[in-house]
Design a binder for this molecule. Structure first.
Ligand code: PFF
Length: 457
């Protein structure tokens, strides 16, 4: 089945790898991974996370890229063509729909957090944290959250940045992310690593992250590691499927996916090795939760040589990482509107961008004026927490589970073989085994236990 592509294509395989890495590397790597590692005791958690990426993440990512590469359309329409080709129930197309919706929902709150990082670029650059104490840093963070104007302003700036890239299209916009932003991100990350090595408690950080003390590991940590493997690799919602659709035919899917998984993991580990040495150098606790990046780290930078420059650079890094992920959250919806509703790219970006912006404003208000709006139909959560919960704990795992089942059991074998080659090699047999048995069991456990915890808490 060969069709003329509806969309533009990546210029080459490396542009695809870098764009997909841009989607994968985001707030999940730089903000969330270090703090959940800190909260879950360090080394043993890192090991479990690595096992989840290898055993669950990589196999599902290959399934997702393959569906995109096969269909060469938005997740909804790629699923439609895979369903038609495999002669199975149309209900499987819901994978695509859920993905489009999940992406838009994630972007609503993701943009608000990215807005915090933008605010912190400005705050750090003007020296707000010079000589700041822990109490100062806490107040600065809380004042930001309490100010609707500040949160909405930076959320708006971030959405404009995201829409700017999307408007420019696949080659110029998303390709620019790959060609320009990703190399900048790698270089800034190396500079930060060097800074952490020279000025921070580097060896203490290494031993914190890589000495496997299993007594600190609880069953909840394992679930967190599993859920995070999905989020960090951008799996289960069609972002990677949409990117896979813009790939050339000679994609070498297996190698490509391994490279993306490797780069994403490497960057999460390096982020930890940038942050913990600085946190330890100031005697701060690694287990301070979501505030690690926005409270502990700024104080540390404020007290260190060159902290103004390196602190600012660090938050620029967070913004770049979030930016390159945000564009992939909305692209599946944009592609679908272009294909099915005959929108121009500009119209599609405007419609979806404005919808996400409006719900994002409600997310920003969840930290202040709408903080008490926690109706029962949002599971007793505020809008921000509900969107986070519904996507990270339900929709991404369900999407990933369905993709694994679809490719493992339903997708027509000739279609599968056409995309990945000989299915009888040991690597391919292992991959299919992981998709058919390991992923469904592991993901079902995450889902059930996650839901149970959420309903009880
Ligand atoms: N992988 C991104 C991160 O780690 O921040 C988040 C994300 C992007 C999740 C795109 C899902 C997605 F489709």
């Amino acid at each position: 089945m060969s069709k003329a592509p509806v969309h533009e294509q990546w210029q080459n395989r490396w542009i695809f790898i870098l764009a997909a890495t841009g989607s994968a590397v985001g707030l999940g790597n730089i903000w969330k991974f270090p703090y959940i590692t800190g909260e879950n005791g360090g080394g043993a958690f890192v090991l479990v996370y690595l096992l989840c990426v290898a055993g669950l993440g990589i196999p599902i990512m290959l399934a997702e890229v393959l569906l995109g590469a096969r269909g060469r359309l938005s997740p909804v329409n790629s699923m439609r063509s895979a369903v038609a080709e495999s002669k199975v129930s149309k209900a499987w197309v819901s994978i695509g729909w859920m993905g489009v919706l999940a992406g838009l929902m994630i972007l609503c709150f993701y943009s608000v957090i990215a807005g915090w990082a933008l605010d912190y670029v400005a705050l750090t650059a003007i020296g707000t944290f010079n000589g700041a104490t822990a109490v100062d840093a806490k107040n600065i963070f809380e004042n930001m959250l309490a100010s609707p104007g500040t949160l909405i302003f930076w959320h708006t700036v971030f959405m404009l940045m995201t829409m700017g890239v999307l408007l420019a299209g696949v080659t110029k916009g998303l390709g620019m992310v790959a060609r320009v932003l990703m190399p900048i991100l790698f270089v800034v990350m190396l500079i930060m690593l060097g800074y952490a090595m020279v000025t921070g408690e580097f060896m203490q950080a290494v031993s914190f992250m890589f000495s496997f003390n299993f007594s600190a590991l609880t069953s909840k940590s394992i679930l967190i590691a599993l859920g995070h493997a999905f989020f960090t690799l951008s799996l289960g919602m069609g972002a990677i499927m949409a990117y896979g659709a813009y790939m050339h035919k000679d994609g070498k899917l297996g190698q490509t996916v391994l490279t993306i998984g490797f780069l994403d993991t490497l960057i999460a580990l390096v982020a930890g090795l940038c942050i913990f040495p600085i946190v330890f150098a100031q005697g701060a606790s690694p287990s301070s939760g979501p505030g690690l990046l926005f409270q502990s780290l700024p104080i540390a930078f404020g007290a260190m040589p060159g902290g103004l420059i390196f602190g600012t650079l660090f938050f620029v890094l967070v913004v770049i990482a979030a930016w390159s992920s945000a564009v992939s959250l909305i692209e599946p919806g944009v592609a679908w509107l272009i294909e099915t509703k005959k929108f121009t790219r500009k119209q599609a970006c405007l419609v979806l961008g404005m919808a996400v912006w409006a719900v994002g404003v409600l997310c920003a208000l969840s930290f202040n004026v709408l903080g008490d709006f926690t109706p029962i139909w949002l599971f007793g959560k505020n809008i921000f927490d509900f969107l986070d919960f519904a996507t990270s704990q339900l929709m991404l795992p369900i999407g990933g589970l369905l993709m694994a089942l679809f490719v493992g059991w339903k997708l027509a074998r000739p279609a599968l073989a056409h995309e990945v080659g000989n299915l009888q090699t040991p690597a391919m047999k292992m991959w299919l085994f992981a998709l058919r048995y390991i992923s469904p069991v592991m993901v079902s456990i995450v889902l059930v236990v996650g839901l149970y915890n959420a309903l009880l808490s």
